[in-house]
Design a protein around this ligand. Structure first.
Ligand code: ATP
Ligand code: MG
Length: 366
C-alpha cells in the first residue's frame, strides 16, 4: 500500500521570498502511475523532491500511506528516486552499483545476490553485471539506475525525466519497459516529464501543472477530450489545438459562433451554457486532426470554410496545412491524396461537436 496525499502544501525558497508552489492538494492512489507534466520551472521536480523528503515543505501536510511524513528524513520514507542523470557510481561495477544500498543496510550477502539477480533479469542487464557504467550505452545505464531503485523494494518509485538523455528510438523502447515494470512491480509510480507523448502513453492519470498550480488532474483520455482550460488544451495534443477568437450571436433564433466571415452553429448540448455569452467574446478550440477535408466520407452536414494554404507538409497518410484566419496562424491535419501546394485554396470542414468553447476572460472551458 502506498497512497500519497498533499494537503494544502506550499513551498517557498529563499526564506519564503520566492513561492514556487502556493497551495497544492493532490491524492495519488495505491499502485497508480501518475505523471507530472508542465513547462520548465513549473515545480515538477520540487513536487517530486518533497515526496522524497529531499526538500522540506513550507506549510501544509504530506502523507504517504496515510502517515504524515513532514519532517521524516528521506531514508525513512521507503521511497526510491531515479534521476535524469542516472547518478551511478563510476568506479563500481553494475552489480556493485545495484547492491550498494542493500550493503549499507547490512543485508546478508545471499539475499543481496538474490535481489540483484532478480532485478537484472527483469531489466535484461544480466550480461553487464561485471562492467563499469562507462562501458554501457545510455539505455543500459538507465536500466541500471532503475535496477538500483528496484532492489530496495520501495513503496513508491519517483522518476524525474529518466529518459531525457536518450535518443528518440531508445526513449520509445524504455517507455514501454517502464510501463511493463510498473505492471510487474505493482507499486505507486510518480513520473516527471515535459514530453506529453510520454505522459499520454504511460500514465493512469496526469497532473498538468503551470506555475506551481494544478490545472487538471485526470486520465489522458479526459485531458484530451475535455480539457479544463486553454492551458491544458494547448499543452496536450500535437500539433497543438488551434484557438480562434469568436463572438456568440443569435441569428434567426439560433446560437452561432462568429469568427472571420463565418458563423458556426452551436451544437445543442452547448446551447444552454452559451446562451449566457450572447454578444460576448469567447475562444473556439479546434484540434488540427479534427478538421475534415473533401476526401473524408463524413462531411455531410459539417461546416465548411475555405482557407488559403500558406504551407503544406505531407507527413505520409496526412497533410498539415498551415493557414491564417483573421491574422492568426492555424494548422489543419487532413487526409489528402492530392498534393496541396502553398497558395492553394483548401476547403476545410468543421464538426461543431468536435469544437471546444472557452471563456475568453477566465480561459476556462464552457
Ligand atoms: N533551491 C532552490 N532555490 C531557489 N529556487 C529554486 C530552488 N530549486 C528550484 N527553484 C525554483 O523553483 C521553480 C521550480 O523548479 P523545479 O525544478 O521544480 O521546476 P521543473 O518543473 O522541474 O522544471 P524543469 O522542467 O526545467 O526541470 C523554478 O523557478 C526554480 O528556479
Ligand atoms: Mg525538473
Amino acid at each position: 500500500m502506498a497512497t500519497i496525499k498533499f494537503k494544502n502544501v506550499a513551498k517557498a525558497f529563499d526564506n519564503g521570498k520566492v513561492t514556487v508552489i502556493p497551495d497544492l492538494s493532490l491524492e495519488i492512489k495505491d499502485k497508480e502511475f501518475v505523471v507530472l507534466v508542465g513547462p520548465s520551472g513549473c515545480g515538477k521536480s520540487t513536487t517530486l523532491r518533497m515526496i522524497a523528503g529531499l526538500e522540506d515543505i513550507s506549510s501544509g501536510e504530506l502523507y504517504i500511506d496515510n502517515k504524515k511524513v513532514n519532517g521524516i528524513p528521506p531514508k525513512d520514507r521507503d521511497i526510491a528516486m531515479v534521476f535524469q542523470s542516472y547518478a551511478l557510481y563510476p568506479h563500481m561495477t553494475v552489480y556493485k552499483n545495484m547492491a550498494f544500498a542493500l550493503k549499507l543496510k547490512k543485508m546478508p550477502k545471499n539475499e543481496i545476490d538474490e535481489k540483484v539477480m532478480w532485478a537484472a533479469k527483469i531489466l535484461d542487464i544480466e550480461p553487464y553485471l561485471d562492467r563499469k557504467p562507462r562501458a554501457l550505452s545510455g539505455g543500459q545505464r538507465q536500466r541500471v539506475a532503475l535496477g538500483r531503485a528496484m532492489v530496495r523494494n520501495p513503496k513508491v518509485f519517483l522518476l524525474d525525466e529518466p529518459l531525457s538523455n536518450l535518443d528518440a528510438k531508445l526513449r520509445t523502447e524504455m517507455r514501454s519497459q517502464i510501463t511493463m515494470l510498473h505492471q510487474k512491480l505493482q507499486t505507486t509510480f510518480v513520473y516527471v516529464t515535459h514530453d506529453q507523448t510520454e505522459a499520454m502513453t504511460m500514465a493512469d492519470r496526469i497532473v498538468v501543472m503551470n506555475k506551481g498550480v494544478i490545472q487538471q488532474f485526470d486520465t489522458p483520455q479526459k485531458l484530451y477530450s475535455e480539457p479544463a482550460n486553454t492551458f491544458v488544451a494547448g499543452f496536450i495534443g500535437s500539433p497543438q489545438m488551434n484557438f480562434i477568437d469568436s463572438e456568440i450571436i443569435k441569428d434567426s433564433g439560433k446560437l452561432k459562433a462568429k469568427f472571420s466571415s463565418y458563423a458556426l452553429d452551436i451544437p445543442k448540448v452547448k446551447n444552454e451554457k452559451l446562451e449566457k455569452y450572447i454578444g460576448k467574446k469567447i475562444i473556439l478550440g479546434i484540434r488540427p486532426e479534427h478538421f475534415l477535408s473533401v476526401e473524408d466520407s463524413d462531411i455531410k452536414g459539417k461546416y465548411a470554410i475555405t482557407v488559403n494554404a500558406m504551407l503544406a507538409e505531407m507527413t505520409g497518410s496526412e497533410t498539415n496545412v498551415y493557414f491564417e484566419l483573421a491574422g492568426e496562424k492555424h494548422i489543419a491535419r487532413i487526409k489528402s491524396e492530392k498534393k496541396i501546394c502553398s497558395g492553394d485554396s483548401v476547403r476545410l470542414f468543421i464538426d461543431p461537436e468536435a469544437v471546444h468553447f472557452f471563456d475568453k476572460e477566465t480561459t476556462m472551458a464552457i
